[in-house]
Design a protein around this ligand. Structure first.
Ligand code: SAM
Length: 278
């Protein structure tokens, strides 16, 4: 049996595997496949969200560059991310509170059941505050301030569209502390080139420092996958290597992909992307 992703009209990820669970939640069509190459995968509305085998690349890269760049990240807000992978990585740091705002509670419960290695108990950590709500609405209404905001959303379709608008970024800016920073994924640089460019342009009008970051994640087909960082006070590429290496060693992070060399290498862009990020 084969799983075919329906993200693009003209390119397809096809994996040998079988459907082990499927449910229409109040928000989306959720499926879990067991694949031979990438382990179990979580699929929402026929779009691959994450895979057991390579999730560590994405989850480490949306977490550690920011948590080691911020001088004292105590309070972190995560939007989406119901599989728990980002929360697991955030809680490796000495943070005081990690809020996770996910719209669909079924994603959390079914990920804990079928993909337990993603959250690894993170939802039961006493620093976790779980909120079932629309992330855009939460950010608009909250009076809390955060040091780091991580947006781990699907691609900009359906209910995730609000997580890509100018207003959304303006509201994030206002709930960030003075050294605050945010990160989000902006898709494949080759197959979804507009995502990086459009988000870069919007964020550049709001944040003093905007930095794209790259990593290749096999599950997200199309070569380099992109992320974008918005920062209020600190320009991530300007932080001394020694400082990041010192913080990395002190935190005793157990990482499979991230290290201080990758931290800085991931912010270097090939020429075709330098033009996009202008
Ligand atoms: N890492 C994946 C990717 O890059 O495609 C995303 C995985 S995570 C499971 C995405 C989560 O965002 C889903 O569980 C979905 O329910 C949630 N989500 C979508 N729109 C949302 C919104 N407006 N507010 C909060 N969560 C949202």
């Amino acid at each position: 049996m084969w799983y075919y992703e329906a993200l693009f009209n003209d390119v397809r990820l096809a994996l040998e595997g079988k459907l082990i669970y499927g449910e229409k939640t109040p928000y989306q069509n959720l499926q879990i496949y067991q694949t031979s190459r990438l382990g179990k995968i979580l699929v929402l509305d026929k779009m691959t969200q994450t895979a057991e085998k390579d999730e560590f690349i994405y989850h480490e890269m949306v977490t550690h560059p920011l948590l080691l760049t911020h001088p004292r990240p105590e309070k972190v807000l995560i939007i989406g991310a119901g599989d728990g992978g980002v929360l697991r990585e955030v809680l490796k740091h000495d943070v005081k509170q990690a809020y996770l705002v996910e719209i669909d509670e079924r994603v959390i419960n079914l990920s804990i059941k079928y993909l337990p290695s993603l959250s690894k108990g993170a939802f039961s950590d006493k620093r976790t505050r779980l909120i079932i709500a629309d992330g855009a609405q939460f950010i608009r209404q909250t009076r809390e301030k955060f040091d780091v905001v991580i947006i781990d959303s699907p691609d900009p379709v359906g209910m995730a569209k609000v997580l890509f608008t100018r207003n959304f970024y303006v509201n994030i800016f206002s709930i960030l502390g003075s050294s605050g920073m945010m990160i989000r994924q902006t898709g494949s640089t080759m197959f979804q080139p507009n995502e990086l460019q459009e988000n870069y342009r919007i964020m550049k009008k709001i944040f003093p420092f905007v930095t794209p970051q790259l990593a290749a994640v096999p599950t997200y087909i199309g070569g380099f996958f992109s992320f974008i960082i918005g920062s209020k006070k600190i320009n991530p590429p300007d932080v001394p290597y020694k400082l990041i290496a010192k913080r990395y060693a002190k935190s005793r992070l157990n990482t499979k992909y991230y290290n201080p060399d990758i931290h800085f290498a991931s912010m270097k862009l090939p020429n075709y992307l330098r033009r996009v990020a202008q």
